[in-house]
Design a binder for this molecule. Sequence first.
Ligand SMILES: [Zn+2]
Ligand SMILES: [Zn+2]
Length: 254
Amino acid sequence: MLDYHVHVVAHGEYEYTREWVERYLEAARAQGIEELGLVEHDEFAHRIDRGLLAGLRQRPGLSPQVRAGLECEYLPGREEEIRRLGRELDCDFLIGSVHFLDGWPFDHPDHVHGWDLRDVDEVYAAYYRMVAAAATSRLFDVIGHLDLVKIWGHRPRRRSELEHVRPLLGVLRQAGTAVEINTAGLRKPVGEIYPAQVLLEALFEASVPVTLASDAHRPDDVGADLGAAVVAARRAGYRRVMGFVGRRARERVL
Ligand SMILES: [Zn+2]
Ligand SMILES: [Zn+2]
């Protein structure tokens, strides 16, 4: 079992201290999670205690093995900044995510009214255009919460979600970018894993690799519902998931 998406400072409300990080490690250990990806949102990269993180990454034989990642906000024009951040932190992996469309944080509870002002199909199209650009940039090892746009339960009417995602499949395969099976959606109004089962099946058919992610923003959510993520992966056909060391993917049997 592995969990490649855990936030220590969350949205800035926690400090990156040994005591606090240790609670995440304990939660992982208690669930038999062997690889734990500590991933801050890139806007909080400066809050990471780099000395502490370096020490945690060098604990051979100790479980969980700590991997260092960043969840980067993809926006065209940020490419150089993202590359620099990844290098500076000597990341094992980078997650590329889209949480903003034209400056609108569509997944943020304080901005959910923005949906009333827009056409849902157009939001979906804009979202997936941005995700496609993130994958095409080849900056990332993993695309975060692939169908996050469904978070509040809005569904497209003119084109299905699969039709929105289909053009992405070749891009992901060619770029060698993995998609995470992220269980945070189960804790959101949509009540579904990201990505939906039908999308996961299309990803499998397109030979796009997957990794596992709780997207925990507190120790209690480390490993949350990863059993359901494994079931979803296996049902789609997957028998392997990816871990990452030094920006290289390493297969693990599921
Ligand atoms: Zn995210
Ligand atoms: Zn996250």
